[in-house]
Design a protein around this ligand. Structure first.
Ligand SMILES: [Zn+2]
Length: 179
């Protein structure tokens, strides 16, 4: 079974009719799903760098000059995919009652002594990229460090030519801040 790129695009956008959505999500994934998904994402972005791995709304890991970097749809570059991109984002921390009330009015409002809500924005286009609700002072969450080489080698059967060591390089960024 193979679905059209248009069907997958509508599925991604949440506009595919439910009967079709149900059909797609209740069956095993078609073999070329990843390639079709990346193909329509590639059509939407403002840059020509090859998308290696979608990372979430507006964000992809792309190949650029032998490196793999996290890039926003608008073209803004967050750096190596092994570093938490959030460290290079604009952050709105909702850490007091007034700021939390804007999102959780009335009795739903969490206690700012216990909880903060962080919103991460692209510094270039202003898109909201991620929200995390955490205990006060909790380290910024590194959502995902995908093993891109294993995925291409073992799942897609076409290894990337420039395999990289998989390691969390986030602390190199914060170490630099300390200098
Ligand atoms: Zn952007």
């Amino acid at each position: 079974m193979s679905y059209s790129k248009e069907d997958l695009r509508d599925l991604y956008d949440g506009v595919l009719p439910w009967h079709k959505t149900f059909e797609i999500i209740s069956k095993p994934k078609d073999d070329d799903r990843f390639d079709k998904y990346v193909a329509f994402l590639q059509e939407r972005v403002s840059y020509s760098n090859k998308i290696l791995m979608p990372l979430g709304d507006h964000l992809n890991v792309v190949a650029k000059d032998g490196e793999r970097i996290v890039k926003c749809d608008c073209g803004y570059e967050f750096g190596d995919w092994r570093q938490n991109w959030k460290l290079n984002a604009l952050v709105l921390s909702r850490d007091d009652t007034a700021k939390l009330q804007e999102i959780y009015p009335g009795l739903k409002c969490p206690n700012p002594d216990l909880c903060e809500v962080r919103e991460f924005y692209c510094p270039n286009c202003g898109s909201l990229l991620k929200v995390e609700a955490v205990p006060v002072g909790y380290p910024i969450i590194f959502d995902a460090l995908p093993d891109i080489d294993s995925f291409y080698r073992e799942w897609l059967g076409r290894p990337l030519p420039d395999e990289k060591k998989l390691e969390d390089m986030t602390y190199a960024v914060t170490k630099n801040w300390g200098k």
